[in-house]
Design a protein. Structure first.
Length: 273
């Protein structure tokens, strides 16, 4: 019998997850289906329960339901708990397992496709919301020389510093606090690019050869990446690779098989599938 999986969100029609997981299933020979489910804003838990009752084995969760997904969990992972959100659910005999694969997806895209060695590097995260919180632990585990969070509201950055103190040292401050910081990797975890907005970035953020990485992806270069080029970033990348890598981690948690990501990313970048 074909095992059922899905991605749930609102909106959901734009999601690339069905194409990604269909490609993973073909590649690994897994007997599974994967669909997109549009849940009402006030009907997430009911939609999950209905999918589970109909035999669903697991779900990816996207905006705006990641916090609610964690609340449903009987067995949250540490990285989901620290992120305060879950993007992967697995329905087991013992209940609902929940994880957050965003951070490991980012780290694998940086170290795999982009070939970066993060150990000993200076890394700056822009933003202190849920997207930032979801990637801090995997980045700390790479043992950078410095991991910093810059946010317009300094108190939010300081709150993340305190939350993650047991796992490693995190610098925190406003954007201007890191002027001249010469970072090797600068990651945009804000929603500015989605709104077509520019960030108030100070001079001197980018070290020679630095990478600017936007967790947002879309057609063409994002406003942040264009801005980063002007400010001295040598390399730029959007978050499409992160999307594929976090999906691969979800697939592994469900199926126990780790798919190859390069051909799927090539498929998406080429506009096929």
């Amino acid at each position: 019998m074909t095992d059922r999986y899905a991605v749930i969100g609102n909106p959901i029609a734009h999601s690339k997850s069905p194409a990604i997981h269909a490609a993973f299933a073909r590649q690994t020979g897994q007997d599974m289906s994967y669909e997109a489910i549009l849940a009402p804003q006030d009907g997430f838990a009911a939609a999950v329960a209905a999918f589970r009752a109909a035999g669903g084995r697991g779900m990816n969760v996207t905006v705006p339901f990641k916090l609610e997904a964690l609340a449903l969990a009987d067995m949250p992972t540490e990285r989901a708990r620290l992120a305060g959100a879950a993007n992967t659910l697995r329905f087991d005999a013992d209940g609902v397992f929940a994880d957050n694969t965003d951070g490991v997806g980012l780290a694998r895209d940086l170290t795999g496709r982009l070939g970066l060695r993060l150990a000993g590097r200076r890394i700056l995260i822009l933003g202190a919301g849920g997207a930032a919180r979801g990637v801090i632990l995997p980045l700390l585990e790479e043992r950078p020389a410095l991991l910093a969070v810059a946010n317009r509201s300094v108190d939010k950055a300081e709150a993340l510093k305190a939350q993650f103190a047991p796992f490693g040292e995190l610098a925190a401050g406003g954007f201007d606090a890191f002027a001249g910081g010469a970072f090797d990797v600068v990651i945009n975890a804000t929603s500015a690019s989605l709104a077509g907005a520019h960030l108030a970035l100070p001079a001197g953020l980018f070290a020679p050869g630095a990478l600017a990485y936007d967790m947002v992806y879309g057609k063409g270069e994002t406003p942040f990446l264009a801005q980063a080029r002007r400010l001295g970033a040598t390399l730029v990348s959007d978050g499409l690779g992160m999307l594929v890598e976090q999906a691969a981690e979800s697939f592994f948690l469900w199926r126990g098989v780790r798919p190859a990501t390069a051909p799927v990313l090539a498929m998406l970048a080429g506009g096929t599938g």
